[in-house]
Design a binder for this molecule. Structure first.
Ligand SMILES: O=C(O)C1=C[C@@H](OP(=O)(O)O)[C@@H](O)[C@H](O)C1
Ligand SMILES: C=C(OP(=O)(O)O)C(=O)O
Length: 440
């Protein structure tokens, strides 16, 4: 199977949970850290290594794209990739798949190449918002040909350099616009003085701490002391060793499973300090009444099915929405999620997709512009549509724990960030998890 091609659909019946859970789960590396490490390594002055990278469709698409732009990337060892930068060349065709990180992070890098770079992706990727990136590049003096529609497909007509300087953007649809510009900024002749001037706040803020931290680790001079303003000095970046943390967003469905079914789930190697937005799940599950404990192995959640009544603003951790909405859809009580209007532009319109599927399941759902209120009711057998969205598949797996006769229309979409998700989920629910296997 070609790991970067759009996956062929596979129907899946997730396991029904027969007993309380007791498992240690090892989740693969952070998508967001792997993407940033790849980009920074490709524009550094020397070679880098990336330890424990995420090996999945999104990051392999990033690898392919950076190779076509001139980097030499060795992915032969899945535990450690090496990146040797080369001059950025034009003439490349970049396949973004459905990866927001590729479609946003790479156009500003492509603008530094010595010729045109064309971008396209999966059918739904053409619907994801990218007007911010295109407008920002034009405001920086880079010519972009989008055929009149500011979304994929488009071509960045690069000429080898970007002047940079002061720039205002509206990043309220996606934080990735800010991350994208900051990643390329050290290579702009005058660096970048970037301001978010939109009426609404930038969502998913922890990802901006992540990009600033990683830029500094690579030797960049970044000033983020003023709210909604980031200043990056021009300069070179150092090649280095990156160590990627486990992906906490991908851990979330497993932790939610402990609450739905009862029992304990440990996620191995949970970082004690992190900029990952998914770390928020610890506080959320504590607020929901679960026990959350650190141990030598990692982070353990001890859950029990109970009535859930919370109102969560998930603006900073919006990718948790599908798993938590699924949890609310199979629990007693009414809970709500707000602050996530922008996830209508994620891999699917997640608010509408969740409202539709949870409604079919039997839950009472109030779909709002920026979230959902959900009251769990008795569930009924159904086909849970996944909309080519990995996190909708995670949500379907959660509701399947207590819904006999539920099948997912497609589980292959999980290849975006974790090709083995379904197998690990089955092992975990049936007993054991995957940690011993990973260590063997
Ligand atoms: O920078 C990143 O790595 C990401 C930022 C977030 O994007 P949004 O700001 O669009 O939510 C997040 O949802 C996405 O999965 C990864
Ligand atoms: C929003 C997501 O991804 P992307 O990086 O494609 O925006 C996600 O993984 O939930």
């Amino acid at each position: 199977m070609n790991a970067t091609a759009a996956p062929k659909q596979r129907r899946w019946t997730p396991p029904f949970a027969e007993r309380a859970l007791d498992a240690v789960v090892r989740v693969p590396g952070s998508k967001s850290q792997t993407a940033r490490a790849l980009v920074l390594s490709a524009i550094s002055d020397g070679p880098s290594t990336i330890r424990r990278p995420l090996v999945a469709r999104d990051t392999l698409l990033m690898v392919d794209a950076l190779r076509s732009l001139g980097a030499d990337i060795d992915t032969g060892d899945p535990e450690q990739w090496t990146v040797t930068p080369g001059p950025l060349r034009g003439g490349a065709d970049v396949d973004c798949g459905l990866a927001g990180t590729v479609m946003r992070f790479l156009p500003p890098i492509a603008a530094l190449a010595d010729g045109p770079v064309a971008f396209d992706g999966d059918p739904h990727a053409r619907k994801r918002p990218n007007d911010g990136v295109i407008k920002a590049l034009r405001d920086l003096g880079v010519e972009v040909d989008d055929g009149g529609t500011p979304a994929l497909p488009f071509t960045v007509n690069a000429t080898g350099s970007v002047t940079g300087g002061a720039l205002e953007v509206d990043a309220s649809k996606t934080s990735q616009l800010v991350s994208a510009l900051l990643l390329a900024a050290p290579r702009f002749e005058r660096g970048l003085d970037l301001r978010h001037t939109g009426d609404k706040p930038v969502p998913s803020r922890p990802y901006l701490d992540m990009v600033v931290q990683m830029l500094r680790q690579a030797g960049a001079d970044v000033d983020d002391s003023e709210e909604n303003r980031w200043r990056v000095a021009p300069g070179t970046l150092d090649g280095r060793e990156w160590v990627i943390e486990p992906d906490l967003q991908n851990a979330a469905p497993f932790l939610c499973a402990a609450v739905v079914v009862g029992g304990r789930i440990t996620i191995a190697d949970w970082p004690t300090r992190t900029t990952q937005a998914g770390d928020r799940i610890r506080d959320v599950l504590t607020e929901l009444g679960s026990r959350v404990e650190w141990s030598r192995d990692g982070l353990t959640v001890i859950g029990a099915p109970s009535t859930l009544e919370v109102d969560l603003d998930l603006a900073d951790a919006s990718e948790l929405t599908p798993s938590l909405a699924a949890l609310f859809g199979v629990s007693r009580g009414t809970s709500s999620i707000s602050g996530v209007a922008h996830i209508r532009g994620h891999e699917s319109d997640r608010i509408s997709a969740l409202a539709t599927e949870l409604g079919k399941l039997g839950a009472e759902v109030d779909e709002r512009e920026d979230g959902l209120a959900i009251t769990g009711r008795e569930t009924r057998p159904m086909t849970w549509e996944t909309y080519a969205d990995h996190r909708m598949a995670h949500a379907g797996a959660i509701v399947g724990l207590v819904t006999p006769g539920l099948a997912l229309s497609d589980v292959a979409c999980v290849s975006k960030t974790w090709p083995d998700f379904a197998e690990v989920w089955e092992q975990t629910i049936r007993g054991g998890g995957n940690a011993e296997e990973a260590e063997a």
